[in-house]
Write a protein that binds this ligand. Sequence first.
Ligand code: VG1
Ligand code: CO
Length: 544
Amino acid sequence: MQNTLTICTTGFNDQKPGTSGLRKRVPVFQQPHYLANFVQSIFDSISPPPGATLVLGGDGRYYNREAIQIILKMAAANGFSRVLVGQGGILSTPAASCVIRKYATFGGIILSASHNPGGPEGDFGIKYNTANGGPAPEKITEAIFDLSKKITQYQLVDAPDVALDTLGDYSVGSMIVSVIDPVADYAELMASLFDFDAIRGLFASGFRIKFDAMHAVNGPYAREIFIKRLGATEDSIINCVPLPDFGNGHPDPNLTYAHELVEILYGENAPDFGAASDGDGDRNMILGRHFFVNPSDSLAILTANATRVPGYSSGIAGVARSMPTSAAVDRVAKELAIPCFETPTGWKFFGNLMDAGKVTLCGEESFGTGSDHIREKDGLWAVLFWLNVIAARNQSVETITREHWAHFGRNVYSRHDFEAIPAEAANGVMQHLKNNFASLPGQKIGSYTVAVCDDFSYTDPVDGSVSSGQGLRVLFTDGSRIVFRLSGTGTEGATIRIYLEAYDPNVENHHLDAQEALAELIRIAGQLSELEARTGRVQPTVIT
Ligand code: VG1
Ligand code: CO
């Protein structure tokens, strides 16, 4: 028998999940009842059947362990019969998705604010994934938000904390908690998809890599896979011990925040290949020697080379990309004569397409790439995919990318982020753009002519659900475009993202830096949005 306590509480009105779960500053989550209210709202919205198993883990950031102990006691009180929790409270987002699917569990709770900084004053986050291993669809996140506003009580059992650091089974009330190895199932899945012998051969031949886990969750995964299973040298991995504050860094694998890795890959005697992943291990940045691969190009290149990889050797059913992601993959899909879907931002929109067998690979411009092996984006998977392709083609990252552009043309692409803008000013920019949408089509601006302006809306081809307000698009007659979107993952003010894309088939231009090649579109974006006048910002916080 278990001793269940019912705690009276009142709802908060700010527990609306964003692009990927609920993200707030740690002190917000530490308020009495804040985490428990949200967890109870999850449980109430999904009503777990008797005997249900939950997967639980996080990226190891500050407050991860405390949150896990609370959730375990609540899961016991809410009728779960078992919880699989990663040792030390660790599970990368892709590993959690893998475990949810492999053991056919009811779903999972992932504790992460992904690429947002951690620590006592940093961010914390929580996300619910369903039985397919993917982020809960909007229907569920909306139900959770509704319940969180009206909640009056939550349940937890009175039980001691679980020893999270020691593998084995424990009891919390009448529920079993199995502390599992967070790496083993995931590493096994990777070994089943990629030619590990070929990659081992590549490393043995002197090919040098540098993988940067950014003091975040992927460290133990990288050690097991690159060092132990693939025989890479110890100096192939850096920052591979997960720290609660990510070493005071910003665990976002891009050219700004992964500067340590960037300096190595652009330095003297640079390795052949570099890669980094984010806080929760689902993002990836790919670098060659003195060379950066744009994530949109990466998706296109992996798609074009998929049949060289054992897990995808029989071909791919289709591809999907988020709307702001460049159309580079569309060109590959066209040549392969496979369908290509354009979804709103966020991995939750890919799940239905994958479950229905319509797409095999998918990706986002924000350093997210993945496939139907799980239902989350997967940082190490993308790195292994690249290494497998390099081993099969015996060419450098740069040569593979340039040959791709020479064949398909180059979708020159960049994203400019303006972070921590007062919400009112950011909304003003978006409203101003919308107000002008009716008059823009047909107008010539510099060397571009506006074809269409709209606010992107998506109808899910599988369940017919509609998601509107997903980003403002200005499409030009030559296929170039500018997209404006407000971020749904930040915790401070608003972040405006401007996505710029132009297509260039001419190999003579492919040496150009993206900022140079996009200079005119960047000017037009500033002009159309009145960003400087409305926000006082001239330079983006981050350029990708
Ligand atoms: C950002 C990215 C989006 C990604 C999301 C979650 O969202 O743009 O592509 O899916 O983060 O990634 P937004 O709303 O801030 O643009 V992660 O690695 O935080 O789980
Ligand atoms: Co992430």
